[in-house]
Design a protein around this ligand. Structure first.
Ligand SMILES: Cc1cc2nc3c(=O)[nH]c(=O)nc-3n(C[C@H](O)[C@H](O)[C@H](O)COP(=O)(O)OP(=O)(O)OC[C@H]3O[C@@H](n4cnc5c(N)ncnc54)[C@H](O)[C@@H]3O)c2cc1C
Length: 426
């Protein structure tokens, strides 16, 4: 079936995963480089990703493909912290209640144990119920609701639970009780061990995936004629296809097909993703924190997550690069300079360095990062993708399946689609 002319939109990991398994296809990428959201860039003598990226995959095929591509730092015991109201405590909070003030610890444990009894066997209908059933009211109100508000910008009761697997931990009573009685080593967290390239950022282990793939750069798809099977690019050129594989955001794809029906457009318009700002700093300090990364619960601090790229790569050159991530709704248009200034001041206060120690600072903006798994998502995605499939357009990847997936799954999704198309009659 490889003789079918397949056109791929987007040279992120999903597009590359497809293309590597469909010889002869052409990949059209809007940017000047392949890699999409997995790309890294150099700034101030350090490498930064588009938000903290680590390789914590358990997928043997993926690991075989990517771990030999660059010398790696193998982290066998990550340190992940939380910050709230001037206090540092280990992640995830429920497993480390001993780090909280005594009254909070006791209230959290009592509520947790009560929830285990009260909600046993109940199926949560949304993320709020999931947290209440798993962790109890105290942790829900004092931690999970606060973090959801600044990270997802959606009421917890509007979020589904289909994104939690491999991210949030179901409670284990023995762990939580032990963690309330004394400091314990974190054994349950998903990111306990990970790999990261020693140089060049996360993308250093992935860049080779574009080798041998026919990627046409700076080609932004602007219009798709599903009846004539042609794509028109922003530069005015056109490409015909027998089958179209799209990894670009579903709402954009629906917008560029003139005969998309009103219900398809309406479903696509329901899909939400977060806008992301990364504040990247290099600070003239050997070390600033024992953490690889930490989460910030304080409502008056816009930053949700802070990571230390050298602690991921294992480098040590007397300076500390820091990346702070701010997530906002799609509609937000903050003043970037003010956001950068505020983030620098907040980081200086949290990590105790003066503004004069900052030797490089930038803010970068990514219009889409995490997909919001609200209660409308699954049905809306199904509706849009079914309509597209009926017109010879398959979609895959983070924004093509509109699903909160890691890099290994984005690539594997592309590969699986190539296999499925091969088995499908043309
Ligand atoms: C904040 C954040 C942190 C993450 N952390 C991790 C992590 O720690 N570990 C991990 O494994 N994964 C992580 N991920 C997930 C990982 O980055 C993604 O799953 C993966 O990069 C998605 O690849 P993709 O090809 O599906 O999408 P993308 O990377 O978005 O690729 C789509 C491509 O399409 C291009 N495009 C868009 N519009 C057009 C158009 N009109 N015409 C042509 N091309 C177009 C884009 O430029 C892009 O290159 C993280 C993701 C985010 C958002």
């Amino acid at each position: 079936m490889s003789e079918r002319h397949v056109v791929v939109l987007g040279a992120g990991l999903a597009g590359l995963g497809f293309a590597r398994h469909w010889p002869g296809c052409r990949v059209f990428e809007a940017d000047g480089e392949p890699g999409g959201h997995a790309r890294s860039h150099e700034f101030g003598g350090a490498w930064f990703d588009r938000g903290a990226h680590i390789c914590h995959s358990q997928d043997e095929t993926w690991l075989k493909l990517v771990t030999a591509a660059a010398p790696l730092h193998e982290m066998t015991k990550s340190t992940v912290l939380n910050h709230k109201a001037g206090r540092w405590f280990a992640y995830p909070v429920q497993n480390h209640l001993f780090d909280l003030p005594k009254a909070d610890r006791e209230a959290a444990l009592a509520d947790f144990l009560a929830a285990q009894e009260k909600y046993r066997g109940r199926e949560p209908k949304n993320y709020e119920e999931w947290c209440r059933f798993q962790y109890g009211d105290f942790l829900l109100e004092n931690f999970y609701r606060l973090y959801t508000a600044k990270y997802w910008h959606v009421p917890m009761a509007e979020l589904a639970t289909d994104w939690l697997g491999g991210r949030l931990l179901p409670s284990q009573v023995a762990n939580i009780v032990a963690g309330a009685q004394g400091a314990v080593e974190e054994k349950q967290a998903v990111f306990r061990t990970f790999r990261y390239p020693r140089r060049g950022g996360f993308f250093a282990m992935l860049a080779h995936l574009a080798d041998g793939v026919d990627v046409r750069l700076n080609k932004r798809a602007a219009r798709v004629d599903a009846a004539q099977r042609t794509v028109t690019f922003a530069d005015g050129t056109e490409e015909g296809y027998d089958a179209l594989v799209s990894t670009i955001p579903l709402p954009e794809l629906a917008e560029m097909i003139p005969d998309a029906t009103a219900d398809v457009r309406a479903a696509a318009a329901k899909l939400r993703a977060l806008r992301q700002y990364c504040v990247n700093l290099v600070v003239e300090r050997e070390t600033l924190s024992p953490a690889n990364w930490f989460y910030v619960y304080d409502p008056d601090i816009e930053i949700s997550r802070v990571s230390f790229p050298f602690s991921l790569s294992g480098e040590c050159i007397g300076r500390t690069p820091i990346q702070a991530e701010v997530f906002l709704p799609q509609s937000a248009r903050p003043n970037e300079e003010a956001l950068l200034e505020k983030a620098m001041a907040d980081l200086g206060r949290l990590l105790k360095f003066p503004a004069s120690a900052v030797i490089a600072a930038e803010i970068r903006h990514y219009s889409r990062s995490y997909v919001v798994s609200d209660l409308d998502r699954a049905a809306a995605v199904r509706h849009v993708r079914d309509w597209l499939r009926g017109r010879g357009i398959e979609t895959t990847g983070l924004f093509g399946s509109w699903e909160y997936i890691w890099s290994d799954r984005a690539f594997a999704g592309g590969r699986a689609l190539a296999q499925a198309l091969r088995e499908k009659p043309s």
